[in-house]
Design a protein around this ligand. Sequence first.
Ligand code: TXA
Ligand code: MG
Length: 303
Amino acid sequence: MAFPTETVYGLGANALNPLAVARIFEIKNRPFFDPLIMHIARHDEVRKLVISVPLDADRLMERCWPGPLTIVLPKTEIIPDIVTAGLTTVAIRMPRHPMALRLIQEAACPVAAPSANPFGYVSPTAAQHVRDQLGNKIDMILDGGPCEVGLESTILSFCGDRPKLLRPGGLPLEEIESIIGRGRVELNPAKEAAPSSPGRLPRHYAPRIPIVVGEWGKNLEAYQNKRIGLLAFRKVNTPFSFCHVEVLSPRGDLQEAAVNLFAAIRRLDALDLEVILAEAVPEMGLGRAIMDRLRRASKKPKE
Ligand code: TXA
Ligand code: MG
């Protein structure tokens, strides 16, 4: 079943039932090497799922859950291999959307859920996005309205000597550092041989139409004769007539931009355009995650 979370819509199944979890991979066309996040509804559920919880991880769970933070820790035996793609670690988060929490409570089991989109495409931030792409393949979509955050959770691993940021996301790094200390988090951890987080694959979250990120004014010249869509951060004032313009936040607010990002990309991707020029946003707060998604969406298939 697809369900709303505060970040993006998820496609959930009983995390302790390997057959149910296998359906998720089938429906999303997701490679089995890509592990899923387990969603829980109560703090004490973590204890059954992981071997131990370091102090900093514990403090973050206490302060940031329910919320857009996923924590990776060494897993216990009860978690099926299909959930973690055979890794010895598991990713866990407690979402804060009331419908998600209710669903997990009623299910009385941890819920494994990736974003409810075909593998590699932009995550859904409204029930209609899920219906458009997976509607004929899934049993039910819980409609909880548009997502409040709009970007996937921040993923932090506590499996090495230092916490590692595996994916910037809906919880800004600044907030994490205000709890566990500045400079504590390793920001660009070296890539492992196996992609432990395909959200880190160079090309991910990608639309059909090529995206070019940067100062759009500079990129304009190269695409003059093409059908161009503009994905602007703030209000634009230009004589150039784009085929379509999406403004993420007229007043330049990163939170508002995050909420609108994926829906705007979807609208542009549905048009007959040849290229999408995306305006860079400041890399602070949620801007870090927005730029991460824009860069990954802009990689060419073979890059
Ligand atoms: O906000 C979110 O996190 C949403 C909502 C539905 O909760 N979920 C989401 O799931 O974005 P997904 O599957 O699209 O992205 C989860 C990422 C994947 O890139 C996966 O590789 C990584 O989490 N991941 C899962 N388990 C992991 C593990 N044990 N170690 C490292 N990365 C892991
Ligand atoms: Mg995803």
